[in-house]
Design a protein around this ligand. Structure first.
Ligand code: GLA
Length: 731
């Protein structure tokens, strides 16, 4: 088949996916690697003219390469630093003399089937039948440094991934001060920048901004991908919407510090860069050592944000999530956190489990507080031994009891943390990340473990695997309840302290790798004070991630709208909780809470015994419904039908991959009296096919549903739930 070609005469690389092309050129004499084109699929390859090598503003001489204006305008594929391109560079160094310049020029390349893994890092994967990879080696002869660019083009999804490896061949060490994973130069046109911002309990809200001259960015220096900003940026054309317009999406497969930046320059071109944040980054590279920068996923859609979303959902479902759970139906779980917080014993948990089993729940998850001296959030983290004052008879006994109800058992951990009031801290104070002689910043009273240390990883591995072996535990919630500050590792020499943020993430990944390899059948759910580390790096290990500590159904429509831009619905941890809601005090109907939680990996977070008989019936019906529609919700094509940030409703739909059925769900926020019923336009249907509403028996054509719309019911009360299920008529 071949997705990647090198045209020798033209010195052009062409990478194709089903609907997109990406072209790179080598400039003959100087061996600059230039970006030619990224966008809708084209058949031509001789489009080198787009690099505009002959045009150097204000310097129309033959030998214009000696003029800085050429370097400052040329679309560099991986821009070096400090030698005439004044835009943001992709790489910078400090060498033995203190020089910062790098100029990587083309040396050689190879193309092969399949995709290599990234050492120590999560990354998308594909077999030799599924994708092809291009490696371009660039070299800086002065530094004796090579920079290898990796590109993979997939045959089944419109995605090109990029990553970078830097190797020092010189005797002296060199310090890397910036290594971005991708850079893309393109004409500015009419793009806006789409980013996701947020906070604890308000994750992944949507923001569009105009792209002005200069630099605009989002980033995190919190040691995690963060609640506040997201390792993602999209360029969205002015006319773009859910199903039309041009969109470039860039997403980082990484869980630590990042920077995503768009720069508009004097010639009205844009440079997008994405990678590890250069702040707090300085990496010592000794002779023959290689630094690997994590992967960036790039996708182009000429059918709006919807296609970008469906491409990313497909990519992550097929080529990123490794757990066998990616294709398994997810258990409907009940988590005790909002039901009990720290105040529980084995009897309380047992009775929560019993009432949940009666209503059809598959799994009980025991949250924070089961270990060490943990009756509140000031102590105990690090001491992963069961607290037998709370769980009399031990963990094994409780697990067996819960399993005797036909339910599975899951357990909460916060492995990376340490409380100063813990046995672990008393025996290993140097395992905590803190700066000598400086009072540490505590957050939720806790400190972080230095995950760069092998003995810390080993300790956690022994503790967690010991617990998992001690009882039939089917699920782990992997939490992380504070951002990182006070960067200092007692185990690293001064010259390497700048490696701590990235080494922390590598240590975390190494531990996750070990545990997920040893316990492949355990379902790992990521978490970080809700959705503070909801990223593609964690998704590689954890097929689902707790989306937000905000369980309010209305707020969730917004949080999940933003999250759905990138992440498959099966990844979105989502629970029904009580009203008034614990985060907002809002009251929403039980059905509405069910519908919003169902648009995720479904569960409950309340004491079901305390519900009215009517609500209990609703819960049982919701679980039945989820069992019926779960495969469609988790495996289908996702469409956003209305925007909860700008409209009075949130609607979305799941269309079966074979178009045989569609589930429409949503919430109308406020009811107005004396109003006409609204029609909701559907998307992604086959225009000529006929679809039957399984409740009313009404039949419509796809065209009528997409252009005319489906008439919504008259609403009564606020936060009104709406759901339709339609089946295609094949006869
Ligand atoms: C975080 C999680 C919650 C819960 C608590 C326990 O906030 O997001 O779901 O597990 O920690 O302390």
């Amino acid at each position: 088949m071949g997705a990647i070609h090198y045209y020798e005469k033209e010195r052009v690389f062409k990478l194709d996916t089903p609907h997109t092309s990406y072209l790179i050129g080598i400039v003959d004499e100087e061996k600059f690697l230039g970006h030619i084109y990224y966008g809708a699929k084209i058949t031509d390859y001789d489009v080198r003219a787009l690099m505009r090598t002959g045009e150097a503003p204000f310097v129309p001489s033959q030998n214009n390469r000696d003029r800085s204006s050429f370097l400052d305008a040329f679309p560099m594929e991986y821009p070096g630093h400090g030698v005439g391109d004044y835009r943001e560079s992709a790489i910078s160094v400090a060498d033995k003399n203190g020089n910062t310049a790098v100029q990587p020029l083309y040396r050689e390349h190879k193309i092969y089937a399949g995709k290599p893994g990234l050492p120590g890092l999560p990354a998308t994967f594909g077999s030799e039948e599924e994708c092809e990879t291009l490696e371009i080696v660039l070299a800086d002869e002065v530094l004796d440094l090579t920079v290898t660019l990796y590109y993979t083009a997939f045959y089944d999804v419109d995605v090109i991934t990029r990553s970078v490896r830097v190797t020092n061949h010189a005797k002296e060490p060199v310090y890397l001060t910036k290594v971005f994973s991708t850079a893309l130069d393109l004409d500015a046109e009419d793009y806006r920048m789409l980013t996701l911002h947020g906070s604890w309990a308000r994750e992944r809200q949507i923001e569009y901004r105009q792209i002005g001259y200069g630099k605009q960015s989002v980033g995190s220096c919190r040691g995690e991908s963060s609640h506040q900003e997201h390792p993602f940026v999209a360029l969205v054309s002015a006319n773009a919407g859910q199903e039309q317009g041009r969109v470039y999406g860039f997403h980082f497969v990484y869980s630590g510090n990042f920077l995503a930046q768009v720069e508009k320059n004097q010639f009205d071109s844009l440079r997008v860069v994405l990678g590890i944040h250069p702040q707090d980054f300085r990496w010592e590279l000794k002779q023959d050592e290689t630094f690997t920068a994590p992967e960036v996923v790039m996708t182009y859609s000429d059918a709006g944000l919807g296609r970008m979303t469906r491409t990313l959902h497909d990519l992550y479902r097929k080529h990123l999530i490794r757990s066998p759970y990616k294709d398994r139906e997810r258990p409907v779980l009940i988590n005790n956190w909002e039901a009990t917080y720290f105040d529980f014993n084995e009897e309380k948990i047992w009775s929560i489990a019993k009432s949940a089993a009666e209503l059809g729940v598959d799994m009980l998850v025991l949250d924070d507080g089961w270990f060490g001296k943990r009756d509140g959030d000031c102590s105990g983290l690090g001491d992963w031994d069961v607290n037998e004052t709370k769980l009399r008879g031990g963990l094994g006994k409780l697990v067996d009891q819960v399993r005797s109800l036909g339910m599975q058992f899951g357990l909460w951990f916060e492995p990376e943390m340490i409380s100063e009031d813990s046995d672990l801290y008393r025996s290993h104070p140097d395992w905590a990340i803190r700066i000598p002689d400086r009072a540490p910043m505590r957050s939720r009273y806790q400190l972080l473990l230095d995950m760069t240390r092998q003995e810390v990883q080993d300790y956690l591995y022994e503790k967690i695997s010991g617990v998992l072996r001690s009882a039939a535990i089917s699920y782990v919630k992997w939490d992380m309840n504070r951002s990182i500050s006070d960067w200092y590792s007692a185990a690293l020499p001064a010259a390497q302290q700048g490696e701590l943020p990235h080494r922390y993430v590598l240590g975390l990944y190494a531990l996750l790798e070990r545990l997920t390899a040893e316990f492949p059948d355990v379902l790992f759910e990521g978490c970080s004070g809700g959705g503070g580390r909801f990223d593609a790096g964690m998704l590689y290990y954890c097929p689902q991630i707790w989306c937000s500590d905000d369980t309010d159904a209305y707020e969730r429509t917004r949080i999940q709208y933003g999250t759905s831009m990138i992440y498959p619905i099966s990844a979105v941890g989502s629970h029904v909780s009580v009203v008034p809601n614990h985060q907002t005090g809002r009251i929403t109907p039980m059905e509405t809470r069910g519908i919003t939680a169902m648009a995720g990996s479904f569960g409950f977070e309340l004491d079901l015994q305390k519900l009215s008989e009517e609500d209990k019936k609703t819960v049982a019906a919701q679980i039945k419904q989820f069992k019926e529609y779960g495969p469609l919700i988790h495996g289908g094509k996702y469409y956003r039908l209305s925007d909860p940030f700008t409209e009075n409703s949130a609607f979305w739909s799941f269309v079966a991959q074979d178009d045989s059925e569609v589930l429409v769900q949503g919430v109308v926020f406020r009811t107005a009296p004396n109003m006409r019923r609204k029609a909701l336009r559907l998307a992604g249907l086959c225009p000529e096919s006929r679809y039957q509403d399984t409740a009313s028996g009404e039949i419509y054509t796809g065209a009528a549903l997409m252009h005319g719309g489906l008439l919504l019911p008259q609403t009564w009360g606020d936060y009104c739930p709406v759901m339709f299920h339609l089946k295609k008529i094949f006869a």
